[in-house]
Design a protein around this ligand. Sequence first.
Ligand code: GTP
Ligand code: MG
Length: 272
Amino acid sequence: MRYGQLVMGPAGSGKSTYCSTMQKQAADDNKTVHIVNLDPAAEFFDYEPLVDIRELIHVDDAMEDEELKFGPNGGLVFCMEYLIENTSWLEEQLGDTDDDYIIFDCPGQIELYSHMTVVTDLIKILQNLNFRLCGVFLVDSQFMVDASKFLSGTMAALSVMINLELPHINILSKVDLLSKSAKKQLDKYLEPDPYSLLADLEDDPWNEKYRSLTQALGRLIEDYSLVRFYPLNIKDEESIADIKITIDNMIQYGEEEDVKMRDFDEPEAEDD
Ligand SMILES: Nc1nc2c(ncn2[C@@H]2O[C@H](COP(=O)(O)OP(=O)(O)OP(=O)(O)O)[C@@H](O)[C@H]2O)c(=O)[nH]1
Ligand SMILES: [Mg+2]
């Protein structure tokens, strides 16, 4: 079995930083975690990738091509589709190893995960390579400061969860940047009670018009009761370790090595 995390989230939500943070945490624990860059438009990340999609195709290739003439967004989708069409390249790059752990740093374009099929195709390819995967969806905690932003962040997380059908964890990133008072507020967003949060919207004149829609969305979130967020403070080792352990449990990483095989002697039949 091979193990992997697919790190997704809106642009600038902290995906690449999360990847390198996880890699450092594993190294401190004497474990090797590799990172694969799947962002064809990546300009900066502070890790050494095991595989880099830009060696296969760069977003500029799709934008500068005389025939394609894509803009940045269409170009990115084109590159991801190109990757799927060149499965053998990815397979070759990932090699045929066992028991390794790879974090895939994905592009920050939400539609790739919420309703397009490229990422589900990628997941199938990786599963065929024996990867057991967890989807990791990052949302910048600085945006989760009021009920309406909470609602849109949660809906985004939910649509990705439903589209990808993978074990899934939602993370509120950049908690170290929150003020003391915002940190205190955070708890109510971690295990959200949509009704009490949406009650905050009651005074909003916009909400007057759309109250029943907002209530229906609240009910949807409640019914799935799957939307939960884990806070990530990259300056706090415990916070990083907690997330790593939660994910490793989900993909059952390390469980095989815990199972010690032991030959049992059949208990001697007692003499009568
Ligand atoms: N203080 C702090 N800054 C962060 C954290 N995560 C990311 N940043 C900063 O936020 C910016 C974006 O972070 P990235 O890790 O590049 O985000 P990304 O999601 O990979 O961005 P794209 O790939 O462009 O979508 C960078 O300036 C990071 O240094 C965090 O946990 N704490
Ligand atoms: Mg990035």
